[in-house]
Design a protein around this ligand. Structure first.
Ligand code: 5AD
Ligand code: SF4
Length: 478
């Protein structure tokens, strides 16, 4: 049993990151362990977790498990969890309650919890205390060892817990079962060293570790050869890519080299305003296959609150960067994340956030009420804003954000835009769906032969969070 430890997870040393090219090994006797059995993975949280799930699924299929379409039909259920806010937490514990009923009907059902919550000391203590029926708990650093963890649980019939709280290595030989045939997530770095005062991620995902460029470029070239049209370069703070490598190679170099592979579309998330350099802007400008879409979390429009958050930029410097991006990439769409109700946020501070939103007119924004995460500095700060006030601020912010989202979408009406058609629309099976280069969701009238292709679409109707359009033969008009 290896348990997580909060104090260990906080540590950062200068120790060299190990690149492991053969950490994932599956012994012959485990290759058929899942024969005739089905698995179901439920994923919560960010794109990192989505991509981890793609690794987990491939590992399970290497063990001969097959995927169940419904949780009720599975022999193994894994919850790949998120720790970022309390409500993500609560959802998972709610789900565990539901799964307990399944286990009562089928005692052979294996249940596991992994992802960021597994890295939290208090969560694992709670599981050991109250949720003993869970069979497996493994952390974000232990995915490669899943075959052995499952085998060990089956052998011992006890809860198997393997969560390492060390700063982390890089495992380069993990298999992957991608959700899409056209767009792919590609990790470029793991962990985060920013330690924003509200954020649990640096504790659950370890220190910043950039993958070496040659592995990333190889992965992208392979995707191109397999017909992929789009890659999204993933990291908690992608602009800091390369800072921890022993070579002089930064995010702008990586963007350029990935663009040069010839992949049709390159995206990247998430940026931190602090590390966004002029060279990055220049590179995005120079390569038409780097998409004009930037997610640039603001978090707050008050410099006082930003300082308390440990964000290392001010309202003014954020606006300066924003304006620089817009001047150089006028067609780009910019989205953001905003937290309301951070400890000490006054009405004046909140009004400053609204002011920045009005100045930037974001294409869209993810908005949150501050959620104290145990172990982070902000959880200990005095918080005298009532929940009612916080909810009220969130509502006012959302009203403004939605107004600008719709206005931004309206500028597309009757324009012709490039769209990567991904498949059928979930809401309307007669329509196709995809995203524009600027990451706008669009439902499209067109022929299914367009699936997997980048086509030109004329925008016919605007909604707050999506648009409707039809495939045309005319050229792009934006
Ligand atoms: N409370 C509320 N929102 C948070 N985020 C991160 N930590 C917290 C927290 N403790 C938000 C930030 C981040 C996004 C992924 O989640 O806005 O950018
Ligand atoms: Fe969390 Fe800040 Fe790191 Fe983003 S940059 S993952 S908000 S600590």
């Amino acid at each position: 049993m290896k348990l997580p430890n909060l104090l260990e997870a906080k540590k950062r040393s200068n120790e060299k990151v190990l690149i492991k090219t053969n950490a994932y090994i599956i012994e012959n006797n485990l290759k058929e362990l899942g024969l005739g059995k089905k698995y179901y993975v439920k994923t919560y949280g960010c794109q990192m977790n989505e991509h981890d799930t793609e690794n987990i699924k491939a590992i399970l299929e290497d063990m001969s498990f097959s995927e169940a379409l419904e949780m009720e039909n599975a022999d193994l259920i894994l919850l790949n969890t998120c720790a970022i806010r309390e409500n993500a937490h609560n959802k998972v514990f709610g789900m565990i309650g539901r799964i307990k009923n399944l286990k009562e009907k089928n005692p052979n059902l294996l249940i596991g919890l992994c992802g960021c919550m597994a890295q939290e000391e208090i969560v694992v203590k709670e599981i050991l205390d109250k949720y003993r029926f869970l069979d497996i708990v493994f952390g974000t650093h232990n995915i490669y060892n899943l075959p052995n963890i499952i085998a060990q649980t089956l052998k011992s019939k006890k809860t198997e817990i393997e969560v390492l709280s060390y700063e982390g290595d890089i495992v380069e030989n993990m298999p992957v079962k991608r959700d899409s045939k056209y767009k792919a997530w590609v990790n470029i770095m793991y962990g985060c060293d920013k330690f924003c005062t509200y954020c649990i991620v640096p504790y659950t995902r370890g220190k910043q570790r950039s993958r070496r460029p040659e592995y990333i470029i190889d992965e992208v070239k392979n995707l191109v050869n397999n017909g992929y049209k789009e890659v999204t370069l993933l990291g908690q703070n992608v602009n800091a890519y390369g800072k921890d490598l022993d070579i002089n190679y930064k995010m702008e170099n990586l963007l350029e080299d990935v663009a040069k592979t010839g992949i049709d579309r390159v995206r990247f998330v998430t940026s931190h305003p602090w590390d966004f350099t002029d060279n990055m802007i220049e590179t995005i400008k120079n390569y038409p296959n780097i998409m004009p879409y930037i997610h640039l979390p603001l978090q707050s429009g008050s410099s006082k609150i930003l300082k308390l958050m440990g964000r290392r930029y001010t309202k003014e410097s954020y606006l300066e960067l924003y304006n620089k991006i817009k001047e150089n990439l006028p067609y780009s769409s910019i989205t953001t994340d905003i937290i309301v109700g951070f400890p000490g946020e006054t009405e004046e501070d909140f009004l400053e956030t609204l002011e920045v939103v009005k100045a930037c007119k974001f294409d869209s924004a993810f908005t949150f009420i501050f959620s104290p995460r145990i172990g982070t500095p902000a959880a200990k700060m005095e918080d005298n804003v009532s929940l009612e006030e916080k909810s009220n601020r969130l509502q006012r912010l959302n009203d403004l954000v939605n107004k600008f989202s719709k206005e931004a979408n309206e500028t597309y009406l009757e324009k012709i835009v490039p769209v990567l058609i991904e498949g059928y629309s979930e809401k309307d099976n007669n329509k196709l769906m995809g995203y524009t280069d600027t990451m706008k969701l669009i439902n499209v009238v067109g022929n299914k032969t367009s699936i997997g292709k980048i086509v030109n679409v004329k925008v016919k109707e605007i909604k707050t969070w999506s648009m409707d359009g039809e495939i045309v033969n005319d050229r792009v008009s934006i």
